[in-house]
Ligand binder design. Sequence first.
Ligand code: SF4
Length: 366
Amino acid sequence: MWTVASYVIRQKLAGRKQYPLVLMLEPLFRCNLACAGCGKIQYPAHILKKDLSPEECFRAVDECGAPMVSIPGGEPLMHPEIDKIVEGLVARRKYIYLCTNALLLKEKINLFKPSKYLTFSVHLDGQREEHDLAVCREGGYDIAVDAVKEALKRGFRVTTNTTLFDGANPKSVRAFFDEMMDLGVEGMMLSPGYSYDKAPDQKHFLGRARTRRMFRAILSNRKKNWQFNLSPLFLEFLMGKRTYPCTPWGMPTYNVFGWQKPCYLLQDGYAESFKELIETTEWQNYGTESGNPACANCMVHSGYEASAVNATFSSLEGFLATVKATLFTKYEDKEALRMLDEPEAPVNPLIQISPGASHDLQETRA
Ligand code: SF4
């Protein structure tokens, strides 16, 4: 927190309006899962085979200068030199979130050394049944939880990251938070899913009003021991208590194509350098207020958490709101409690896509 706070204050003092907070470094798109809501693994085979080299990763990290590096993908543990990439970033004192579905974590854990700079951010989309359904893999939850236990036993930092889609049961999500806290993870990250037009399952993406309602039910009347690895103002944004414009430059994306315009989710071209990305992207065309239909329903973490962090450091009101949200607010809300008892929406089928053959679709659950 101190690293982020001092970094943001330095950017403010330097008068920088567009500064990166977290670099989203995608060293590959290959994955050993084929989740129904994913927009990353539908590339043709010759793209899925590509890897960023450690040197390309280091160049991007140095160019960008963000204090935190999130390594999503694809599945980063499938990268043949992921250990070298992590080692090089730790040497640069970057706070790394290695985002993994944890299927390979136990097998590869000896490649890494515990460090305050390295966190395994394990993808878990809810309790056992919900997670296995979301990732289209029976037994995925148990493998991931087993790997989390092993990583914690060995002294690694572990958080979870959870994407919630339409139909998520707030009661079950809250029970999932209890499970994760009992497991001993350091914090939990949350985001609504983004409606990738490439994702095979298009039925489960949330509109903004539904997103707010769902997060209000989940995050009101919070238990004291729940730890979130997110800005408290971003959580209030998800609950509908605050509005923010998108700040896509806050979490820029670098992958095998270069610097992706404008954000982690959209692909409106690529820049060869971070400077070019900042200077040539037409930022005014993005964010919900821009009227861009691709942004209309978006409330995702990679677009709006940097906005919330920026708000904390932009005014005394923002700073005091963050302190209040962190230390004092219980989010008591009787209507939200009532919402927890609403009947569950029927579960619609999710679509299974086989890795490397995205055209081959089949329903897995009725
Ligand atoms: S609103 Fe969402 S899709 Fe649009 S630029 Fe921001 S993060 Fe990207």
